[in-house]
Every structure is written in structure tokens, then in C-alpha cells.
Design a protein around this ligand. Structure first.
Ligand code: ADP
Ligand code: MG
Length: 572
């Protein structure tokens, strides 16, 4: 995903607060309450200690009541805090996840393809957990720790400025430890998160390629690869744990030194009669309030920054695809689809389409043939509006496609690919693709796509299986055709849709496409069979990114040029 970032992920931060402001405000208030109560506790300790040094029963009774009040205060504050904080978290994380998914699905097909799918999975799973813990939850910890430390410092100055000065000097040691190790932990944390993402991507590849791995008998290699990544991940986690442990020990010792220092200097001042024993006790308690943010702040802040980075990354990559400049809509293909002097490259160095000019008339059928890598699929990609950065012009119904919103293109155009997306549900729901249609329409689409037999034998509720595992390749293709008929698409693009099928099934699927009247059909195929090719209104022959020849089967055969030689080779 690109690194370009904007507005420090402002849109995502806003998604946390949608209909969640009250929870947020109450969480802040109760967190502040909890900070204040912690400092009050320290002043109580001082009072009690001083009482022990010379007070009366009446004062002790009052203290007892105050202590109960403090305890009740703590309890009430904690109960409210617990409710509002976790309600806030629930809504914030849910809102963020919805927003992230909406942004990802808003990407155009072209820009979606630029990122690896495991990046998206990571953005919606691991990254959310990190944002949850390191950004959302931590903000309240940060507030509580910093506020408590500031209040404690204020109370310290009030009790004794000279003791406070000692505390500040003694804190230099733990601050140094924290600064040295804090960034190291954060870096290791980041590395763990990266390794985790890499590990996930690999597991996904290995499991989704299970069949291939098995049939190539590559289990040993796959296991070794897995083991290696697994080892790397645990290695860095072990390193992080060791660093954390080291910091804990050093901080503990530094903390102990500081506390002893406070005790000793406090005792000296108490003996001198400058402060009471109660002040010493209060100082020792408040030292904890100051040491804890010193130890934790660098790590918390670094992790928080990393979590913001995750949001920025997602925001930047989703913004790239926003279609602000593509405001026009296309609503018909009456004028056909026209390529004029189109040149295009996916990557700068390599031009994939070179000065392509071709006119696909509305309602006719065209075969697009040519060697592998000659640019056939790329032509279809441009018609889908996936890559608007081409030179020249591609028009559909007189609209320039780079200015047209892709949603309006998808209303007109359907694509059938070699891999048909089938989900584990009934045939009917697979044809309807999550939407509702009247029964007659679904039936007529299924019949025109040649699914009559399958449905007669198994019924509409036949379960297609995960990824369509209960269907044959031809049946999946026919479901794809039925889908586009049902959507009343005006243009049907088929990209090597039948290449995985046996010759007979391929023919019958192609014929089903050719039989659909009135639809503009572009069929990319490498099967050069006379009996199907003669049925097309035109054949576009591609070679190295250029249109080499255009004509009907008879015309091209008579010319005896490139297509003729391709045809001859395919028959050998
Ligand atoms: P065909 O469908 O005729 O086999 P394509 O149109 O898919 O060929 O590809 C034409 C050329 O563009 C090939 O050299 C291919 O490597 C390159 N190409 C295709 N898709 C991409 C992509 N998404 N990014 C970069 N290069 C691509
Ligand atoms: Mg292709």
C-alpha cells in the first residue's frame, strides 16, 4: 500500500466517535475522577501517618468515615468507567471496521488489484486489534497516567518543594532507562506485527494452494517453508520478551533506588523537623504515580504512533482510488464501444497496448484472438474502466470512459472469467448474487444460459458447495452467463471463460453466449474452431499489443496473413 498519507487518518479517527460522543465524554470524566481519587489516597496516607504520630480518637473516627467514602467513590467511579469505556470501545471498533471495509470495497477493480489480498485481510483483522489496543484503549491509560503524575507533582510541591526537587533529580535515572529501551521495544513490536502479516500471507498461500502442493508432492518443502517463517516469528517475539524482561528488572532496581532515596532524604528532613513522617509516606506513594508513566510512556507512545500509521496506510491507499474526477455516467451502448489510438501500460517501461483503434458495434458479437500476452485481457480491463490512465480514447455510447464513473459502467457491462465466483449456497441465490428478482426473470435467465437440465434434475435449491465444488466447470460458466442476463447487461465480456472446459462443453457455452440476441458480446478465446468462429460478427486479431487484423472468419482466411497462420498452427 502506498505511503502517501493525508490528514493523519482524520476520517478514521472520526469513525470512532460516530454516535459515541457521550460514552467518550463519560469515559474521560470517570478517568479524570480515578486520577483525582488516586492522589487523594496519597493525601489520606499522609493524614493517617500524622495521626499515628499524635492525634486523637475523634480524628481517627473521622478518618475512618472518610476512608469508607473514598472506597465508595472508587467503586462507583470504577463501575461507571467500566460500562462507558467498554461501550465506547465496542462502538468505536465496530465503526472503524465497517468504515475500513466500506473504503476497501469502494476501490476500483484496477486499484484494488494493486495490493495483495493478505494486506486487506490484515487491515481488517490484525491491524484492527493493534488499533484497538495501542490507540483506542491506550488513550485513556495515557490520560490517567499523565494526569495522575501531574496532580501528584502538584501535591508534592505543596507538601515540600525541597523533597520534590530530590524526587526530580532521582527520576533522571529511570527516565534515561526508559528513553534508551522504549524505542527498542516499539521497534521490536513493529517487527512482530510485520512478521505476523508475512506469516499470515504465507499460511493463506500454502492452504489455498493445498491441491497443488499435494499433487506436486511438495509437502516437505512447504512444511520447511512454514517452519522457517514460524521460527522467524517466534525468534523476534522471544527477543521482544527478553527486552521487556530486562527493562522490567532495570526499572525495578531504578525504582527501588529512587524510593530508598526518597525515604532517606525524607527521614533526614523529618528528623530536622522540616516535614512530618506522613509527608514521607505520601511521597513514597506518589513516587509510584510518577515512575509508572516514566516507565511506560515511551512504549505506549511509540505503539500509538504505529497504530496511527496503520490507519494512515489504509486511508492513503483508499484515497488513491477515489473517483472524484469521474463524474459522468453512461447509460447505453447504442453507439458501440470504440477504441481510438489507444496506448496503455500498467508499468512505465512496458507499453501493453499500442495505438489500438477498433470499433465494436452495439448488439454484435466479436471474438478477440491472439497470442498470450498480446493485450486481449487488457482491452477488456479498459472497457471495465479499471485503468483510466490510457492515452487516446475509449468511448462507450459516446462517453469517454476515463471520465465515467465505474458504477455506471458495471450497470451496463458484465464479465465472465475463467474462475467464476460461486459461494456456498443454492443455485438460485448464486444466480441472483445477494439481490432479489422475480421468479420469471430468474427462470428465463437460467434457461437462456442453458441451466435448464441442471435445475430440472437437482432443483433450484441445489447446494453449489464451497467455491462451486458441486458444479462442473461448464455449469459454473452458465451461472455466470445467467447472472449477466438477469442484470440486463448490455455488454457481455468473456475472458477465456471456456478455456478450462473440454471442447464439447466449451462449444456449448460459447454457443449459449452467441445465441443471446441484442447483447454486445466480446469473447476472448484461444480456441480457434471454425464452427464457432464463423458465428461471430467479427474477429479482432491481436499481436504484441496491436490490432493486427479485423474481419470475419472467411475474410481473414482469404487474406492468408497472421490469423491464417495462427489458425493453421492451432490445427496441427
Ligand atoms: P492476454 O490477455 O492477451 O494474454 P494481457 O492483456 O493479460 O494479455 O497482458 C498483456 C501484457 O500486460 C502482458 O505482458 C502482461 O504481463 C502485462 N500485464 C497484464 N496485467 C498486468 C498488471 N496488472 N500489471 C502489470 N502488467 C500486466
Ligand atoms: Mg488474458
Amino acid at each position: 500500500m502506498s505511503k502517501k498519507s493525508s490528514g493523519a487518518a482524520k476520517r478514521y479517527r472520526e469513525s470512532f466517535f460516530a454516535k459515541n460522543k457521550l460514552n467518550y465524554a463519560l469515559t474521560i470524566i470517570t478517568t479524570i475522577g480515578s486520577s483525582i481519587l488516586s492522589v487523594v489516597l496519597a493525601s489520606f496516607l499522609k493524614g493517617l501517618m500524622d495521626l499515628a504520630g499524635g492525634g486523637n480518637m475523634e480524628q481517627l473516627k473521622r478518618f475512618f468515615i472518610l476512608t469508607i467514602a473514598l472506597l465508595v467513590g472508587y467503586g462507583v467511579d470504577f463501575l461507571i468507567l467500566r460500562t462507558v469505556k467498554y461501550n465506547f470501545m465496542k462502538k468505536a471498533v465496530e465503526g472503524y471496521r465497517n468504515k475500513a471495509f466500506a473504503d476497501i470495497t469502494a476501490r476500483s477493480i484496477g486499484s484494488f488489484g494493486k495490493d495483495n489480498s493478505s494486506n486487506y485481510i490484515s487491515a481488517l483483522t490484525n491491524d484492527v486489534t493493534s488499533i484497538e489496543n495501542n490507540y483506542l484503549l491506550v488513550q485513556f491509560d495515557l490520560l490517567e497516567q499523565i494526569l495522575t503524575a501531574v496532580l501528584a507533582l502538584g501535591l508534592m510541591i505543596y507538601y515540600s518543594w525541597s523533597m520534590t526537587l530530590v524526587v526530580i533529580v532521582l527520576c533522571i535515572l529511570p527516565i534515561a532507562v526508559s528513553m534508551v529501551f522504549g524505542s527498542k521495544v516499539a521497534k521490536q513490536e513493529q517487527e512482530i506485527s510485520d512478521r505476523n502479516a508475512g506469516f499470515m500471507a504465507m499460511v493463506k498461500d500454502l492452504l489455498s494452494g493445498f491441491g497443488v502442493v499435494k499433487s506436486f508432492q511438495a509437502q516437505t518443502e512447504a512444511t520447511a517453508l512454514y517452519g522457517e517463517k514460524n521460527h522467524e516469528l517466534e525468534q523476534i517475539k522471544c527477543k521482544r520478551r527478553k527486552t521487556t524482561q530486562l527493562i522490567q528488572i532495570i526499572s525495578m532496581m531504578a525504582g527501588f533506588l529512587v524510593q530508598m532515596g526518597v525515604f532517606i532524604f525524607g527521614a533526614y528532613l523529618a528528623i530536622e523537623g522540616q516535614i512530618t513522617a506522613g509527608v514521607v509516606v505520601a511521597f513514597v506513594q506518589m513516587m509510584n504515580y510518577i515512575l509508572s508513566p516514566i516507565n511506560q510512556l515511551p512504549v505506549l507512545l511509540a505503539n500509538r504512533k504505529a497504530a496511527i500509521g496503520l490507519m494512515e496506510k489504509l486511508e492513503a491507499c483508499c484515497e488513491e482510488s477515489n473517483e472524484k474526477e469521474r463524474q459522468e455516467t453512461v447509460d447505453n451502448v447504442a453507439e458501440g464501444i470504440r477504441f481510438e489510438h489507444v496506448s496503455f501500460s500498467y508499468e512505465e517501461e512496458k507499453t501493453v497496448l499500442k495505438d489500438v483503434s477498433v470499433n465494436f458495434e452495439a448488439g454484435k458479437s466479436y471474438a478477440i484472438v491472439g497470442g498470450s500476452g498480446s493485450g486481449k485481457s487488457t482491452m477488456l480491463n479498459l472497457i471495465m474502466g479499471s485503468y483510466p490512465e490510457y492515452e487516446g480514447s475509449v468511448t462507450m455510447g459516446d462517453k469517454e470512459l476515463k471520465k465515467v464513473n465505474t458504477d455506471s459502467i458495471f450497470d451496463l457491462v458484465s464479465v465472465i472469467q475463467q474462475n467464476v465466483f460461486i459461494f456456498d449456497d443454492t443455485i438460485r441465490r448464486n444466480i441472483c448474487m445477494f439481490k432479489e428478482f422475480p421468479d420469471e426473470l430468474v427462470e428465463s435467465a437460467a434457461v437462456r444460459a442453458g441451466l435448464k437440465n441442471l435445475i430440472r434434475e437437482n432443483g433450484w435449491d441445489y447446494d453449489c458447495g464451497e467455491g462451486g465444488s458441486h458444479l462442473s466447470g461448464g455449469e459454473k460458466q452458465r451461472i455466470a452467463i445467467a447472472r449477466s442476463l438477469l442484470r440486463k447487461s448490455q455488454v457481455l465480456l468473456a475472458d477465456e471463460a471456456t478455456s478450462a472446459l473440454d471442447a464439447e462443453t466449451a462449444d456449448s457455452v460459447t454457443n449459449a453466449i452467441l445465441d443471446i440476441e441484442g447483447l454486445t458480446r466480446l469473447v476472448v478465446t484461444h480456441k480457434l474452431e471454425e464452427k464457432t468462429l464463423t458465428r461471430f460478427d467479427g474477429i479482432v486479431v491481436m499481436r504484441n499489443g496491436r490490432v493486427e487484423e479485423i474481419g470475419t472468419f472467411e475474410e481473414l482466411m482469404e487474406k492468408k496473413e497472421y490469423f491464417y497462420s495462427l489458425y493453421q498452427v492451432s490445427r496441427e
